[in-house]
Design a binder for this molecule. Structure first.
Ligand SMILES: Nc1ncnc2c1ncn2[C@@H]1O[C@H](COP(=O)(O)OP(=O)(O)OP(=O)(O)O)[C@@H](O)[C@H]1O
Length: 315
C-alpha cells in the first residue's frame, strides 16, 4: 500500500537542497512573532519567512539542555534526517540554525491545536468521538507513520499532544523524537513525571526502542481516541504499578456497544507485549484505510437516503 493518499509522490515534492538554502538559508530572513507554546526544553514562536511570505513555527531550544557534545552532534544529524521527510501528514522540518547558544528549528505551522485538546473537549462534554471521525484522523496518522518507517525513521514519541490538526481537518504528526537528546529523564523510581503512559514494555524494561515500539504507541493512540484516556492511565499511579499494567497489557475495554470489533482487534494487534507479534506500520495503515473507506461510504449513503426522504419543496 502506498504510504500517502495523494497521487503525488513525496519525492516529487521535495525541494532541492539549493532551493531550501535559498528560501531558509538565513536566520535573518525569519521575523519571529508571538510565542505559541512552551515545552520542557523549548519555546515555540510564530514566525514569518520574509523570503516567501510563509508563516512558520520556530522552535527555540537552549543548547545546554543537550546531555553532552555527542548528543548535540547527534541531534543536529537527526534534524538533517528529519529535513528529508516530506509527507502531507508529517510536520515539515525546513531548516535549523544555531544562534547565540540556542538551536532554532523552522517547522511547518499547524494552526488548529492538537489531538489532546480535542480529546479533552470531548471528555469535558461527556461525549465520545464518532467512529467515523476516529478513522478519519487515525488513517492520516497511519499514513504518516508508514511513510516515516518506509524511510527508516522512528517517531519515538507518538501521543495525542504530538498529533497536530489544521483548520482544513488535515492531521500532521509532529515533535519527532528529538527528546532523547535532552537531559532529564521522563520518570524516576517513585513518581511518574510527564506521561510515559505510551511506553512499550520493551522500553520500560530497558530493552531499547525499535519500529514496533512506535506501533505499541499508535495502538495506545487509537485506544485513547475511543476511550478518551490512555489505556494504562491511573489516578496517582506510581511507576511500578504502571510497569506492571503495561507488562500485563492490562487495560479496560473500549465501549463495545459503540465501537466496532475491528477497532478492538486492531488495538490488540498493536498493544501486545511481544513486539514480534505486533502488526507493522503498513498493516496498521491498511486496516485504517479500509475502515476509513467503509465509514465514509456509510456516511454518504446515509446522506443520500436522507435527501431522498426529504419532500422537495416548490413543485
Ligand atoms: N509546528 C507547530 N505548529 C504549531 N504549534 C506548535 C508546533 N510545534 C509545537 N507547537 C506548540 O508549542 C508547544 C510546545 O511544543 P514543544 O514541542 O516545544 O514541547 P512539547 O513537546 O509540547 O513539550 P515537552 O517537550 O515538554 O514534552 C506545543 O504544545 C504546541 O502547542
Amino acid at each position: 500500500m502506498a504510504s500517502s493518499s495523494s497521487s503525488l509522490q513525496p519525492s516529487q515534492l521535495l525541494p532541492t537542497e539549493s532551493q531550501m538554502q535559498a528560501i531558509y538559508g538565513k536566520f535573518e530572513h525569519m521575523e519571529i512573532g508571538k510565542q505559541i507554546g512552551k515545552g520542557q526544553f523549548s519555546e515555540v514562536f510564530r514566525a514569518l519567512n520574509n523570503v516567501n511570505g510563509e508563516m512558520v513555527a520556530m522552535k527555540k531550544i537552549q543548547l545546554h539542555v543537550m546531555k553532552d557534545k555527542k548528543a548535540r552532534e547527534d541531534c543536529l544529524k537527526e534534524i538533517d534526517l528529519l529535513r528529508q521527510l516530506n509527507h502531507e501528514n508529517v510536520i515539515k522540518y525546513y531548516a535549523s540554525y544555531i544562534v547565540d547558544k540556542d538551536l532554532y528549528i523552522v517547522l511547518e505551522l499547524a494552526d488548529a491545536g492538537d489531538l489532546s485538546k480535542l480529546i479533552r473537549q470531548f471528555k469535558k462534554n461527556h461525549r465520545l468521538l464518532p467512529e467515523r471521525t476516529i478513522w478519519k484522523y487515525f488513517v492520516q496518522i497511519c499514513r504518516a507513520l508508514a511513510y516515516m518507517h518506509s524511510k527508516r525513521v522512528m517517531h519515538r514519541d507518538l501521543k495525542p499532544a504530538n498529533v497536530f490538526l489544521t483548520k482544513m481537518g488535515v492531521v500532521k504528526l509532529g515533535d519527532l523524537g528529538l527528546g532523547r537528546f535532552f537531559s532529564t529523564q521522563t520518570y524516576n523510581a517513585h513518581s511518574v513525571v510527564g506521561t510515559p503512559y505510551y511506553m512499550s514494555p520493551e522500553r520500560m524494561n530497558s530493552g531499547g526502542y525499535n519500529f514496533k515500539s512506535d506501533i505499541w504507541s499508535i495502538g495506545c493512540l487509537l485506544y485513547e481516541m475511543a476511550a478518551l484516556q490512555s489505556p494504562f492511565f491511573g489516578v496517582k499511579i506510581n511507576i511500578f504499578a504502571l510497569i506492571r499494567k503495561i507488562d500485563r497489557c492490562e487495560y479496560p475495554p473500549i465501549p463495545s456497544d459503540i465501537y466496532s470489533a475491528q477497532m478492538r482487534s486492531l488495538i490488540s494487534n498493536c498493544i501486545c507485549n511481544d513486539s514480534t507479534k505486533r502488526m507493522d506500520a503498513q498493516q496498521v495503515a491498511m486496516v485504517a484505510e479500509q475502515m476509513h473507506a467503509y465509514f465514509t461510504q456509510q456516511h454518504q449513503q446515509h446522506h443520500v437516503r436522507r435527501q431522498q426522504q426529504t419532500p422537495q419543496s416548490g413543485k
